[in-house]
Design a binder for this molecule. Structure first.
Ligand code: GLY
Length: 383
């Protein structure tokens, strides 16, 4: 384990060096991806908080601030706090837009407002996080016992759609109960997690992306392939959301079934992680397709490391070694440590069927950094 720790600390040294200039260059932005020149874009456009689009309410807009809080925890450099607060104050404007917000308020406000409150005790951050938690709780369907994921998507009726990614968003509900003493938030989170265990996790430990329920009766209608190859496939980032999400649900609730579920998903992932540690977009994509997702890779690595915390010492290596293999592959051949690109992690894919593959995504950098901190033994708690 010492070897892994030392390796992670060496990578963090490089990451701190790169993030020092990247954060300075982009301090007035909320980035998602880089352009052909390697420069970050900006999703902080306030004029577009009314719709589900790529403006200020874009679902990944919490990760840039989250990265700043990770670096602030580590370095105590107030510059990182200032940049994180820039994101946070901007994101607050999304509450006015309302219609653009959906279950990803967890991804937006947990790494920003909750992190701020935990680290600095800022009252505005707490208020913002509570507001977001109430919006998330309001998406609960009490008959189907699931949290509705998105609002409208094209022509689809999404009133009964739940998605695996929400296993991360419910962290905000656990936090809200722990913070306020009101059990309702945790109860909703657990009812949702129970539904996910029943309907998303297959007997072999693989996971569906989307499950559709009848919003009136709560009956399961069907599953959808979502961002993966297709129905019945195994979108790798979704495996990561499930693995890390259930380990995290165990951390907040102590419910043993969640730990068992995380173990089951981990076993499936480990059996499918290639020897070279490079993760495909879908574990069941056709063999001749070479699309990768470095972001899913980092989420899976983080999930394995989170789960390892709850294993007896002798059983941790079996989880830490594959996480290390993934992170080593990213650091060695899928990371840009130069000044040519603002992002570190390369070769991400948002969705199997998108035309575009192998680009940068800010949440890949977030989860890469977080996993390096986990592996280094740092005491960080974001979720
Ligand atoms: N939450 C959507 C994604 O992982 O792309």
């Amino acid at each position: 384990m010492e070897y892994y720790r030392d390796w992670a600390r060496a990578q963090l040294e490089k990451a701190r060096g790169k993030m020092a200039w990247v954060s300075e260059k982009n301090r007035q932005r909320i980035p998602y991806t880089t352009d052909e020149n390697g420069d970050y874009d900006d999703r902080a456009d306030e004029s577009r908080v009314w719709n589900r689009d790529d403006g200020l309410n874009w679902w990944t807009n919490g990760f840039w601030g989250g990265m700043m809080w990770l670096l602030y925890q580590d370095t105590k450099d107030p510059g990182y706090m200032e940049i994180a607060r820039f994101s946070e104050r901007k994101l607050e404007k999304c509450f006015q837009g309302f219609y653009g917000l959906h279950h990803d308020v967890g991804f937006m406000f947990q790494p920003t407002a909750v992190a701020d409150w935990r680290l600095t005790g800022d009252g505005d951050a707490r208020r913002m996080a509570m507001h977001a938690a109430n919006l998330l709780a309001g998406r609960f369907n009490p008959v189907g016992r699931f949290i509705r994921a998105w609002n409208e998507v094209g022509d689809s009726d999404t009133r009964g759609w739940a998605i695996i990614d929400c296993m991360f968003n419910i962290s905000l509900l656990y936090w809200a109960s722990e913070e306020s003493g009101d059990p309702r938030f945790r109860q909703i989170a657990m009812l949702h997690a129970d539904t996910v265990q029943e309907h998303f996790i297959r007997s072999d430990g693989s996971v569906c992306h989307i499950v559709e329920f009848d919003p009136e009766s709560g009956r399961m209608v069907r599953s959808h392939g979502g961002q993966g190859f297709g129905e019945g496939s195994s979108w790798t980032r979704g495996q990561g959301w499930a693995l890390y999400g259930f380990a995290n649900s165990f951390a907040h609730t102590g419910k043993r079934e969640y730990l068992e579920t995380a173990r089951k998903v981990a076993a499936y992932c480990i059996a499918n992680i290639p020897e070279n540690g490079i993760i495909p977009v879908d574990f069941r994509q056709p063999e001749d397709v070479e699309w990768e997702d470095s972001c899913g890779a980092c989420v899976i690595a983080g999930g394995l490391l989170e789960l390892a915390r709850f294993q007896p010492e002798g059983e941790r290596e079996a989880l830490v070694e594959p996480a290390f293999r993934i992170l080593k592959a990213i650091a060695g051949s899928r990371a840009d440590w130069t000044r040519d690109c603002d992002a570190i992690v390369q070769n991400c894919s948002a969705s199997y069927h998108d035309a575009r593959h192998h680009f940068t995504m800010v949440y890949a950098d977030y989860f890469f950094l977080e996993a390096l901190y986990q592996l280094s033994g740092a005491d960080i708690r974001m979720w």
